[in-house]
Design a protein around this ligand. Structure first.
Ligand code: 5AD
Ligand code: SF4
Length: 472
């Protein structure tokens, strides 16, 4: 067990300043025979990062992480509410945990993330999932030790949900998964209310972190060996708007670009309506900002975009894409789309395919529309049949995969710069990393290359990954 002086550490993590008493309680409890915790995360990078914070708090309280659920004394599911399918998986996994708890009555079960922010889920938990010990929403992580203690000392489920305070908590501990790259939240919440989306209801209103807090965090990461950061927000292009900062997102990129020792900067997600030409110019100008942008288009016709409340048109989207293609050398693009949104016609799908053929995305994340209670589109009457959704999904997948393959083939014989992230999960002796354009590259090499930028000559081009040999 890592020996940590809790008092000194608490000064460093002042986001937890009211929590010392509860953290000390668990540290003492875990002193002789530490309990093991298991975390499983669904959904976006925000959730991934929240899990890193929750894990950091567990560590500080003397718990030990395990990758085997069956060995755990406490299991935490950090959940996503964006689509029904992910929710069904969580409910299924909770069913299994009920059995495990039958055999191990002291097992503690925690559910966090976006599902606890939905009233329908809470009703279901209260009726059918009484064996859960703690249900904690996205706004309450800074009270996690206290809530955990209450859950440990009570038989009934402890709920901390619907806490509508839209605050930003700085300085929580984080147990990060990567050594080479890290995610950094620059803002929280969303104000856009796309008619299909649950996020504004589960994550609250948009609020941005102060530039100095972001820079301090990245400086610290770089001091610990991180080479690449991805700046995260639901809509990074409106960074600082609520707070009226005199630094916009492009300016923030410039500040981060000045950090010595950092090699690469990425960001996501860019809402097309708020993307500025200045930002595009900065992506080209700033040497550490990678020539890669994820710009969700969601649909290929103005009628659907209007019904989705996206606040841009195909024409205004394309104007920005054309400007970016012209002005950012070596640009690669990816996007999100929704298939089977209410009212979608075959013509809408065809215009989307036209758009794909023009933009030529490297990667298209295609989601089948999922009804979300409480969102406007849930009540739209012209819902699409499942089998039509599936057919259109397959058609779109085929087109986007062909384009990805075509894009990939252009790398054949070329030498690319790769930031080496670690050993490949699939093959012994093979390392994996990414190009600046976010293509995965695998190659044979020694582990001392991890964390370094190396040149790799490409010899095999698959649709979503490349293989090559390292050039000395
Ligand atoms: N159904 C299907 N996909 C959705 N997304 C968001 N809400 C829904 C929904 N109700 C998709 C969008 C978004 C991505 C993260 O998830 O494409 O960009
Ligand atoms: Fe959801 Fe739209 Fe906000 Fe993205 S911008 S999180 S899709 S409401």
């Amino acid at each position: 067990m890592k020996l940590i002086n809790i008092e000194t550490n608490m000064a460093e993590f002042d986001g937890l300043k009211n929590q010392t008493e509860f953290m000390t309680y668990f540290r003492n409890e875990n002193m002789m025979n530490p309990q093991k915790y298991f975390i499983e995360t669904w959904g976006c990078q925000m959730n991934e990062h929240d899990s890193e914070n929750l894990s950091g708090m567990f560590d500080l309280m003397g718990f030990i992480r395990t990758d085997l659920k069956e060995n755990a004394d406490v299991v935490l599911y950090n959940t996503c509410a964006v689509r029904e399918k992910a929710e069904m998986k969580v409910f299924g996994n909770l069913g299994h945990l009920k059995n495990l708890k039958g055999r191990k009555p002291d097992l503690k079960i925690i559910v966090s993330g976006c599902m606890p922010e939905e009233d329908v889920t809470i009703e279901k938990f209260k009726k059918e999932y009484k064996f859960i010990d703690l249900v904690i929403g996205t706004h309450s992580y800074q009270k996690f030790p206290q809530l955990l203690k209450e859950a440990y000392l009570n038989d009934r489920t402890k709920y901390d949900i619907n806490n509508k305070e839209d605050i930003i908590i700085e300085h929580l501990p984080a147990n990060r998964d990567y050594n080479v790259k890290a995610f950094v939240n620059i803002m929280h919440g969303c104000n856009n209310f796309c008619t299909y989306c649950i996020v504004p209801y589960t994550r609250g209103r948009e609020r941005s972190r102060k530039p100095e807090d972001i820079i301090n965090e990245i400086n610290e990461l770089v001091n610990n060996g991180v080479k690449e950061v991805t700046l995260l927000g639901q809509n990074v292009n409106s960074y600082g708007r609520t707070e009226k900062f005199d630094v916009d997102f492009a300016d923030l990129l410039e500040l981060v670009n000045n950090i010595e020792g950092l090699e690469r900067i990425r960001f996501m997600t860019s809402h097309p309506k708020d993307m500025t030409f200045k930002l595009i110019d900065y992506v080209n100008k700033l040497d550490k900002v990678c020539e890669f942008m994820h710009i969700p288009v969601q649909a290929g016709s103005n009628n659907l975009l209007r019904r989705m409340n996206r606040n841009y048109t195909v024409e205004s989207y394309m104007e920005k894409i054309e400007y970016a293609k012209k002005n950012v050398k070596g640009l690669t693009l990816s996007t999100d789309i929704i298939v089977g949104f209410p009212g979608e016609t075959d013509e809408d799908v065809d215009s989307l395919i036209d758009l794909f053929n023009y933009v030529k995305y490297d990667n298209v994340f295609t989601f089948i529309y999922s009804k979300r209670k409480g969102t406007p589109a849930n009540d739209y009457e012209d819902q699409i049949d499942n089998h039509i959704k599936k057919e259109r999904f397959n058609k779109i997948l085929e087109v986007s995969n062909n384009i990805a393959k075509e894009n990939s083939l252009q790398y054949m014989g070329k030498t690319v710069e790769v930031l080496v992230e670690g050993p490949s999960k699939n093959t012994e002796g093979v390392l994996t990393g990414k190009t600046r354009g976010f293509k995965t590259v695998n190659f044979e090499g020694e582990k001392d290359n991890i964390g370094k930028l190396v040149n790799v000559e490409i010899t095999v081009c698959n649709s979503f990954s490349l293989f090559g040999k390292i050039i000395k």
